[in-house]
Design a protein around this ligand. Sequence first.
Ligand SMILES: Cc1cc2nc3c(=O)[nH]c(=O)nc-3n(C[C@H](O)[C@H](O)[C@H](O)COP(=O)(O)OP(=O)(O)OC[C@H]3O[C@@H](n4cnc5c(N)ncnc54)[C@H](O)[C@@H]3O)c2cc1C
Length: 427
Amino acid sequence: MTVPPHRKSSYDAIVIGGGPAGSAYAHTLRRRGHSVLLLERTRFPRFHIGESLLTGVADTLEHMGLLHRVAAQGFPVKTGVELTGDDGSHRRIAFADMGDDFRDSTFHVERADFDKILLDAAAEAGAEVVENAQVSAPLMNGDRVAGVRYKVGGSTYEAPASFVADASGRAGVLARRFGLRKSKDELRMAAVFKHFGGLDEKFNPGTEGDIQLCNHKDGWVWAIPIRKDVISVGAVTPQRTLRSAPTPEDLFNEHVNRIPRVRERITGTEVVRELTGETDYSYHADRIVGPGFFLLGDAACFTDPIFSGGLFLALISGIRAAEQTSKIISGREEEAEAQEYFANFYKTGFETYHRLIRAFYDNDYVITNYMQDLFAAGMHPRWVARTLNGDFWSKDNVLVNAMRSEERWKLFEDFEPVYRPLFRADD
Ligand SMILES: Cc1cc2nc3c(=O)[nH]c(=O)nc-3n(C[C@H](O)[C@H](O)[C@H](O)COP(=O)(O)OP(=O)(O)OC[C@H]3O[C@@H](n4cnc5c(N)ncnc54)[C@H](O)[C@@H]3O)c2cc1C
């Protein structure tokens, strides 16, 4: 073995993956004074899909002291969501409708730059970051995860740690190794997407900066401006529909062309990132903690991205898992108790988000169909705006509570929900 790229003989925690979940975990744990090694398979900046942020992400970035850095990038400001369809009908949900105590804007981002800001912040906080480092397996001490084995170039190294946080995204190093991943048959979807340059928002028939979420009979389409002059457009459809199309390119063009208000918005643009795709749309793990490990973000659970919850869940899971790790290492809480709190917290938020996705899919890709009875019963629009922005841990949201009462959308085995404000003074 050559000299390892990591410097210490042992760490308080090792993080697998430097995406938003891993960076947030490393940043938070370092700021509590613990030693952290973060191993990332690629070299940043790297492309990633998932570009529209909830206002809860802006709250989270502010909590991390990073909002000003993201704002300084000049990313498009998002103040609302346009729901539209193939008949040109449309409806806007403005974040200002959430109420006085809520932020009324957030951003859409180019992930390569956004993710690098987060990873750099973790390194600046003192985390040791090694890029081009691929974790291949956990080191085990009996049934306890006690570190990782990883490769850089042609060499393999071992690094021990008290905890391993798996933030490897859809790769899911630990969940796959331990056979924890389950998938649901209802959401066998696939996405194909491109970036278009030369965007001029004067052609946007709606409000500049809005995400467009567009339904049609075979799925949905997104349009998200990620730079002043670049827009990300994607088509999501059942995997079988994609397979039956002559080519993915044909399907993409045909589905996007069905949506008049997206067609209008991308007038005069040209492709700057060719077609890419993602499948494997929905999975979860009932066990997201165990002796010596935490699963974070997409490495734990993933559900259809229609309502842009992924980054919010990734960041907040990273922060909350690091808070709990710190309590264990500093002897303030027992491991089992601290981990259970994290698992219950994460499941409360993730399952709420998943139920919102199910409400969309079970109502012919039209989320407002699910809300009709609730509106008829007097539901205030603020509950819709809040739900679409990550109000996943509150106890008093009328829409969220209605969705939580639907037995058919239960995802996890029974757990004790955690309802709480996103951040408290003692966090
Ligand atoms: C089509 C699509 C559209 C989406 N749209 C949105 C959206 O609009 N808004 C939103 O909020 N979310 C969206 N998402 C979801 C969002 O992209 C994810 O939820 C988010 O990236 C999760 O962050 P993460 O840190 O958990 O994982 P990732 O961002 O995937 O980061 C994981 C990191 O781990 C690294 N890694 C993997 N394996 C290893 C290994 N063995 N060793 C070391 N490193 C490793 C990877 O290189 C990567 O950098 C979308 C997802 C899809 C598929």
